[in-house]
Design a binder for this molecule. Structure first.
Ligand SMILES: [Zn+2]
Length: 142
């Protein structure tokens, strides 16, 4: 027997019965992936960094059911995804450069330092990005 995936109409529930939990990173908001603050007192660990994230996750679960998507599928803007892919490509290319340069550098500290600076320069654009799912039915800023 399998449970029906319908239901979950209570906006305040942490997880809808019958739906698998979205992908969770330990200590991160289930919706926006920002770090969670430490829980106050006892009780269930927090899953969302703020009420807005809980609401957006709830709306997204409803919307994903309407659109026949997997429960943890999310919508992101094309421009945001392109920015992320470009920054990731820079980092991947820099990793290849640094692997090659370090193999050739031996123990020369100046060469190792140059490689590290190159890697940092190409990692920072990625670290400065933030990608967050688009709220269901809402207009994205920008
Ligand atoms: Zn959040």
């Amino acid at each position: 027997m399998t449970k029906s995936s319908a239901g979950g109409a209570g906006g305040e529930t942490e997880a809808s019965p019958g739906l698998p939990a979205p992908t969770e990173l330990s200590g991160r908001c289930v919706w926006c992936s920002r770090p969670l603050t430490a829980p106050v007192g006892r009780g269930r660990p927090r899953r969302y960094c703020r009420q807005g994230c809980r609401q957006r996750a709830y709306e997204a679960r409803l919307r994903s059911a309407e659109l026949d998507l997997a429960p943890d599928d999310v919508v992101v803007g094309r421009a945001q995804l392109d920015d992320l892919a470009a920054a990731l490509y820079c980092l991947q290319s820099a990793l290849e450069d640094v692997d090659r340069d370090l193999a050739a550098a031996g123990d020369d500290p100046a060469e190792v330092r140059l490689a590290l600076v190159w890697l940092l320069d190409n990692a920072r654009p990625l670290a400065d990005l933030w990608l967050e799912p688009r709220a269901a039915g809402g207009s994205a800023p920008g």
